[in-house]
Write a protein that binds this ligand. Sequence first.
Ligand SMILES: Nc1ncnc2c1ncn2[C@@H]1O[C@H](COP(=O)(O)OP(=O)(O)OP(=O)(O)O)[C@@H](O)[C@H]1O
Length: 332
Amino acid sequence: MDSTYNYLADRALDLLGSNSRVLILLIGIPGSGKSTLAKNVVDILNSRFEKHNELQNQKVNFQQSEHNSGSFQENKLVTGDFVSKLEDFNSNSEIPLEDEYYVPKKIKKKNEIIISGRCEDNSIKLVYPKFSSKHTSNDFAQIVPMDGFHLSRKVLKQFKDPDRAILRRGSPFTFDSKMVATLIKLLASTCTRKTLNPPIDKFQLIDGSITGIPDIYVPNFIHELKDPTPFGIPIKSTAKILIIEGLYLLLNQGPWKSIYYSLSRNHEICYEIWKIEVEFNVARERVAKRHYESGGSTTTEEGYERFDINDRPNGKLVEFNSFSADHYIQSI
Ligand SMILES: Nc1ncnc2c1ncn2[C@@H]1O[C@H](COP(=O)(O)OP(=O)(O)OP(=O)(O)O)[C@@H](O)[C@H]1O
């Protein structure tokens, strides 16, 4: 197992090369072990980062612009082109909550831009970094979960068939898929292949005032609240390896398919797609156990039932309707 995680950490570092950032999409059916694998790989990367800095006898090796006015300069953001194409949010316009194709809108504030989809709970915030004085070892590699893009129960209850929406929570139509696609396009724009001159060490962090990469805040999913919270997860401008994990990232249906197209048609983007392969009966055992241990079901039998009602159809959907990945990992 450890050798798989170490191999993947090496692979991510090789992909990064001397680019400012690499994006890795991690997919797999429910229970395939996406979160577990992503966490292990990110931990290895961050501990290597820490060790590297210890060897160099410096806390964090990082490059920052000397003259940073700290003022907001949208045109300096690498995400500027993409964001400028989004329409401004108009508080009078009605948001069709069930429209999967609803296009997110932007709201500009002093030194930040908020991108809002069908529900403000799923919003994303971009902040142009003023100063980046505090860095920790966790700034190097990071997991970006998709859970925060679950539509809130408040929204699902307003669907034409709220019972079905609540029962099938976790299915593609219960996410703000346009916001997921928007986030990936935003992140992709921060991962363009640009060999810096002079080439920099893989482990060197570079301030957003040099790269034009903003800090991006994405929604978190608090399991106790059973709903998303906006801006709960910061993706610092200095993060160099991002692992985005989610079930539907390669789905070739609805707004999800734009994720694959936005990456695969652009060879300028430094990215790779990894898929974990696992037998359904193995995933079923794991998920039923997880449901039971987390209190989501009172017996293991009920855990199996939950897998069969929701996780299995969602898993089958992605197994038969997804684009191909770049690298396949056998779950052990
Ligand atoms: N290789 C493994 N061997 C045994 N159990 C595992 C393995 N990987 C993960 N698990 C366990 O299986 C369960 C599901 O793992 P994890 O949450 O990482 O999967 P996931 O693909 O992210 O699932 P989901 O999409 O449902 O969130 C967890 O309880 C985890 O501890």
